[in-house]
Design a protein around this ligand. Structure first.
Ligand code: AKG
Ligand code: FE2
Length: 423
């Protein structure tokens, strides 16, 4: 590098001398500049640091299984990695691998109009359910019990057929729905400068093998590009521009208005409104791109390398307001890591509250986050959390439940904690 600077200095001096020394020196200046340019190209090629160009993306993918760049001295600014259909790691939405998907985490919101907000397990056997929940059932009337059993049977049937039904809806949406924007193709300019510089800051610390040095930790990043730590392991960062949020909301609101009811199925047992972004066709150009380009490197920096094997996800919207859900009860997510991005601004209330790890009882005093349009909240899926009622307006958030098959096999299922036998 010193040699390069020496040549640059010579070139600059020669050019500035031209004015004083007349034409004789012009040739010296041109020769110096040409030599400098040649030297730069050779050095840049040697360091694998030729900026831009599609071949660069291919090189990045080969260096790191999650499509990230690497290389010492790499200082190009952050780019989204287009995820090619043949790219093996991110496979979009997969069918849940653990059997607990069929038996655990059933939510009963209301019985006979009365709020009960109860999470229970149900294996399809009504008698076993009654025996196991004898104490709870004492507070229910016979009618309420019948209603509860009907809810559980419906929910179990929904889960058993979730994959096929989702595929059918996806195909119908593709055939029947006409997009009015191009929002499902995430572009670099849709991202706020803060997240771009945060990702650049992370890239700059990568070593030659495309990994972060073990000394890199979340504390070093907090404060960079407005990355906030709300509490240990819970972060917030500006992610989407206001313009992009408006475009997303315009599309989603159009879908809400024109799509038939059966295409807008509830995405889990708690949220009755909202749509699956996978069914809307967002996976290849939106969710997979976020997972490969942003989530994996960011999660590695914030939580450690063992979390950076995210390879599938469930991506959907939640909607609160007058003709949507009001709030969301205390729960934890079917995810290793959750990205929760707010895309609207005209609402009041709806704060997100965290109550600690779900492997322990919920804490008394929550950490509260007031959603901001375009900001993402990032947290472990297994943390207790809830959303307070939206009192005015409409709030739409994009929820990405990011999962890792490797983590489920090696550490345990995100929901029940038991190791998942690989398929
Ligand atoms: O509305 C929110 O911000 C929370 C949504 C959420 O926690 C979920 O859908 O899992
Ligand atoms: Fe959640």
């Amino acid at each position: 590098m010193d040699v390069l600077w020496w040549w640059v200095e010579r070139a600059v001096r020669a050019v500035s001398d031209v004015g004083d020394s007349g034409n004789g020196m012009t040739w010296v200046a041109i020769a110096c500049l040409a030599a400098t340019a040649l030297l730069y190209v050779v050095l840049a090629a040697l360091l694998g640091n030729i900026a831009d160009g599609s071949s660069d993306d291919n090189k990045r993918r080969q260096r790191h299984p999650h499509g990230r760049g690497g290389g010492v001295l790499q200082s190009t600014s952050f780019k989204l990695v287009p995820v090619h259909p043949s790219y093996p790691a991110p496979r979009g939405q997969l069918v849940p691998q653990c059997q607990c998907f069929l038996t655990d985490n059933y939510f009963i919101d209301k019985l006979g109009g009365r709020e009960v907000r109860q999470h229970v397990s149900y294996n399809g056997d009504d008698e076993a359910f009654c025996k196991k929940n004898a104490r709870l059932l004492r507070s229910w009337t016979a009618d309420e019990l019948n209603e509860a059993l009907a809810i559980l049977r419906d929910e179990r049937a929904r889960r058993e057929h979730a994959a096929e039904r989702s595929k059918e809806r996806r195909e119908r949406i593709k055939a029947e729905y006409t997009f009015i924007t191009r929002c499902k193709e995430l572009q670099l300019h849709h991202l706020r400068p803060e997240i771009r510089s945060l990702m650049t800051a992370i890239e700059e610390t990568w070593t030659m093998d495309g990994r972060l040095p073990p000394t890199t930790n979340a504390q070093a990043l907090v404060g960079t590009a407005r990355l906030l730590e709300l509490s240990p392991g819970i972060y917030a960062v500006p992610m989407f521009t206001a313009k992009y949020c408006a475009e997303l909301e315009k599309e989603l609101s159009n879908f809400r208005h024109v799509a038939s009811k059966d295409l807008k199925q509830s995405i889990n047992s708690m949220n009755k409104h909202g749509v699956s972004l996978h069914e809307l066709g967002f996976t290849p150009t939106f969710s997979n791109v976020i997972m490969a380009s942003i989530a994996n490197p960011l999660v590695e920096a914030l939580y450690g390398a063992e979390f950076a094997t995210l390879d599938h996800h469930k991506c959907f919207t939640v909607e609160y307001g007058e003709k949507a859900d009001t709030d969301l009860s205390l729960h934890y997510d079917h995810s290793l890591i959750t990205f929760n991005i707010c895309i609207t601004s005209l609402f009041e209330g709806g704060d997100l509250q965290f109550f600690g790890d779900s492997r322990a009882a919920p804490r008394d005093t929550p950490v509260t986050w007031r959603h901001r349009c375009g900001w993402a909240v990032i947290h472990r899926g297994r943390g207790w959390h809830r959303a307070l009622p939206v009192r005015y307006g409409h709030r739409t958030n994009i929820i990405m439940w990011l999962r890792s098959r490797r983590h489920s096999r090696e550490v345990g299922c995100d929901m029940c904690g038991k190791p998942v036998v690989s398929k």
